[in-house]
Ligand binder design. Structure first.
Ligand SMILES: *Cc1c(COP(=O)(O)O)cnc(C)c1O
Length: 820
């Protein structure tokens, strides 16, 4: 297809121009990084025209806007994705070839925008892609962290963290919008005054303030010239002579304000599914929320009179509890600045805010000490207190004399502000992220809330964008699919089901598996280059890539590999299909047990990979610095998708969907969206094992189980565990892995033994792994299953998720740009 915006000669001239203007060089003199930047500017040039056109469309139609409020946007690289969505990838690739430039090399120069930890941040990024592709007006609102997710280096098998200064060479796609800066105030106290009309006024005084400056990134839709905006906020100091008259001459405060501005956007907290409770984190939350809510109000007021109808033109989706201060901040602006009374402001707020829950794990629940919260946000705290007072009255009316209900649902309790309770009390929608997760919320975690307000609760099973995770990451398969069924799947993924017609066609099977093979070669080359490990692309690529967390059970995977190695050593002639186990995972910097698990994986890899006697039957690879850009290649190359979380703990998972779309078979527990994956593809095309979520929850209610029984009775497990403490994988320090050994067996600590049921599920996992091997030996059977996984992945597009949010929560209208 021809894209007039990327006419080749014109585009080449534009790139040459950019190189000249940016670097005073010709193409031949420019470095790959400089060419990347020049290409990016040339592409941004085209995007900006579409961006302007979209803005014009908004002005004409006055649509309702979604504000997707999220502390994290794990965007990855922008260039390739923008080219895919502009339908210009091939033209640009060929244009660059004509200039003697390899597009892969150029794409590889772009740093990942890693403004997120893992699944939650990547979900936000996929949602933005789908919103733009479907033509829904939306702003992503977040923070312009100067240092995104840390870069991971593996040194002597240990993770070390290196700062990720992704902005070092500038960000060619962003636009700084200084004129739209907002002031955000922290601390001080609230003075109560009466104005001329006899109304009580709440005035924050003695505060520190920072200037929030927005940087806008274009979010291109696929093939529709539609461009939404990701607005990320940076902090700048308000220089001393601009201080309020109250502050003039207060040197100490001027310095403190400057320091606050300097640190607030510095770094993303690297905790996934874990609450840290740091003061700076709450500052970050209020900083970007206040700026975003101010912007939404200002934008609405620029074309509308009646602030009481704000919710007709704006809706806020809170991505987890992190943005929940949006509730009291909206109340504050509506009352203190717009003059609404409490009931009017509450009506607007509760028709504007909606909340997505991402986890049932108590370690992740945000609770702020009152002392900290009220000191940092004195006016906001007053409002939360009043919300809490009224909410408790409601509980008492519904459940007279029931202290238990108040204890379970109060927003402020035991000296803490509970953000989830605030989000549920104020939100017009509360959603979980997969069917099973939503059911657990309703029946267990949020049972009391569900009983009191059942209509708020709903499910929105997560999704992923096929544009990035198939078209861009696996263009060989994407092209093959298009050749067979046409290109409808790009914007209507369920039509990919037509591929099922070819699942038994031997030629199609061979072509499909040949593409998988080529993708395995591509990954093997990367691994050779980065890990100096030779892997065989004919071996089974068995992959677990995700944040390192005990509940995700990378430990179960590596203990099982240790067991396989033992078996091969004891019985060298046993049948064994060669396997390459691939891991990729960052551990939170302070999560010692997770970091030790990385060391264990690398220690086992060292021994196994270098044992000539096993004839390369097992290879273990730990991919350093797992991130979106390398993830795209990993999914394309995977045969087996490890989704082995303790049932009930993984709210949804999304890498499970990316693997499935790329034709990998799931080896997993009945957890999160795995349940729905099996529903779609059939249990004969996946490998399911282990405790159910009901069983896990039952054991937990009984105080756990006794892993000693397993240790004493299962010789295979016993042998593996002993190898953790006898120096087998670490002769220089035999005690190194004792901590892990203890976590599985020892009951003399305060912690339950084997909290995540690793030993309990071990046997079932080993059996499922044997089934994987048997299935892989049947080439045609495997090819059929792989193709059916791709064919049945239609449900898991984020386009479907977004359409459901629109239909059932947000009620947005599409803005369709007139064809030029
Ligand atoms: C999809 C994705 C995740 C989420 O993976 P899960 O296995 O669902 O936890 C994390 N990190 C990156 C880079 C991803 O692309």
């Amino acid at each position: 297809m021809y894209n007039e915006q990327f006419e080749k000669e014109k585009f080449k001239a534009s790139v040459k121009d950019s190189v000249k203007n940016l670097f005073r060089k010709t193409i031949d003199e420019a470095s790959p990084l400089q060419i990347f930047q020049a290409v990016a500017y040339a592409v941004k040039d085209v995007i900006i025209d579409n961006w302007l056109e979209t803005q014009k469309g908004f002005e004409e139609e006055d649509p309702k806007f979604l504000y997707y409020l999220s502390m994290e946007f794990l965007m990855g690289r922008a260039l390739g994705n923008n080219l895919v969505n502009l339908r210009a990838y091939t033209e640009v690739k060929e244009s660059l070839e004509e200039l003697g430039i390899d597009i892969n090399l150029i794409e590889d120069m772009e740093p990942d925008a890693a403004l997120g930890n893992g699944g939650l941040g990547r979900l936000a990024a996929c949602f933005l892609d789908s919103l733009a592709t479907l033509g829904y007006p939306a702003y992503g609102c977040g923070i312009r962290y100067h240092y995104g997710m840390f870069k991971q280096k593996i040194e002597n098998g240990y993770q070390t963290e290196v700062p990720d200064y992704w902005l070092e060479h500038g960000n060619p796609f962003e636009l700084k919008m200084s004129e739209q800066a907002k002031i955000v105030k922290f601390g001080g106290y609230v003075r109560i005054a009466t104005d001329m009309n006899g109304r009580t006024r709440f005035i924050q005084e003695g505060y520190q303030s920072v200037r929030a400056v927005p940087y806008d990134m274009p979010i291109t839709g696929y093939g529709n010239r539609f461009v939404n905006t990701l607005r990320i906020w940076d902090a700048e100091a308000i220089t001393s002579f601009q201080l309020d008259s109250f502050d003039k001459g207060d040197y100490q405060k001027a310095v403190e304000q400057e320091n606050l501005a300097r640190i607030i956007c510095e770094v993303l907290y690297p905790n996934d599914n874990h609450y840290a409770g740091k003061e700076l984190r709450l500052k970050q939350q209020y900083f970007f929320i206040s700026a975003s809510v101010q912007t939404a109000i200002e934008k609405y007021k620029s074309t509308h009179e009646e602030i009481r109808k704000f919710y007709e033109k704006a809706t806020f989706q809170l991505n987890d509890t992190h943005p929940t201060v949006a509730v009291p901040e909206l109340m504050r602006i509506l009352m203190d600045e717009e003059g609404l009374n409490w009931d009017e402001a509450w009506e607007v707020t509760t028709k504007t805010c909606a909340y997505t829950n991402h986890t049932i794990m108590s370690e992740a629940l945000e609770k702020w000490p009152i002392e900290l919260f009220s000191r940092l946000l004195p006016r906001i705290y007053q409002i939360v207190e009043e919300i809490n007072r009224r909410f408790i009255l409601e509980i008492q009316q519904r459940y007279p004399n029931n202290q238990e209900k108040i204890k379970n649902m109060a927003i402020i309790y035991d000296g803490q502000v509970k953000m989830a309770h605030l989000a549920i009390a104020a939100g017009y929608s509360v959603n979980g992220v997969a069917k099973l997760h939503t059911e657990i919320l309703k029946k267990q975690t949020l049972k009391d809330f569900y009983e009191m307000m059942p209509d708020k609760f709903n499910n929105k099973t997560n999704g992923i964008t096929q544009r990035r995770f198939l078209m861009h990451g696996n263009y060989l398969l994407a092209d093959w699919i298009t050749e067979h069924i046409g290109k409808e799947w790009i914007i209507d993924l369920p039509t990919i089901n037509k591929i099922a017609l070819y699942a038994e066609d031997e030629k199609a099977q061979q072509e499909f598996m040949n593409i998988k093979y080529k993708n395995k070669i591509r990954l093997a080359k990367y691994i050779k280059e980065h890990n100096q490990i030779e892997i065989d692309p004919r071996s089974i690529f068995d992959v677990q890539v995700k944040r390192l967390h005990e509940y995700k059970r990378q430990l179960l995977n590596i203990l099982h590999i240790m067991h396989l190695y033992n078996q091969i050593k004891e019985n060298p002639d046993m049948e064994f299909y060669p396997r390459t186990f691939i891991f990729g995972a960052k551990a939170a910097a302070g999560y010692q047990r997770a970091k030790l698990t990385i060391k264990l994986i690398n220690s086992v890899a060292d021994v196994v990979n270098n044992d000539q006697s096993i004839h390369n039957k097992i290879k273990i690879v730990f991919i350093e610095d797992y991130r979106v850009s390398i993830a795209e290649w990993i999914f394309a190359a995977a045969d087996v998708s490890e989704q082995i979380s303790t049932a009930s703990k993984e709210a949804s998972g999304t890498s499970n969907m990316k693997f499935m779309l790329n034709g990998a078979l799931t080896l997993g527990t009945m957890d999160g969206a795995n349940v729905e994956i099996v529903e779609e593809v059939g249990s004969e095309n996946a490998f399911i094992f282990g405790l159910s979520s009901d069983e896990v929850i039952q054991y937990e209610n009984e105080g756990g189980y006794n892993p000693m029984d397993i240790f004493n009775n299962d010789q295979d497990i016993r042998k593996v565990l002993i190898q953790l403490i006898n120096g087998f994988y670490c002769p220089e320090n035999p005690e190194l892995f004792r901590e892990i050994y203890n976590s599985l067996l020892n009951t003399n600590s305060s912690e339950r033994a084997d909290t995540f049921f690793i030993l309990k599920d071990f046997k079932a996992y080993a059996q499922a792994q044997r089934a994987v091997e048997a299935a892989y030996r049947n080439e045609k059977g495997w090819a059929k299953s792989a193709m059916l996984n791709t064919a049945c992945a239609g449900k898991f597009t984020s386009d479907r998720t977004i359409q459901q949010y629109v239909d059932e929560i947000w009620h947005l209208d599409k803005v369709i740009l007139r064809q030029k």
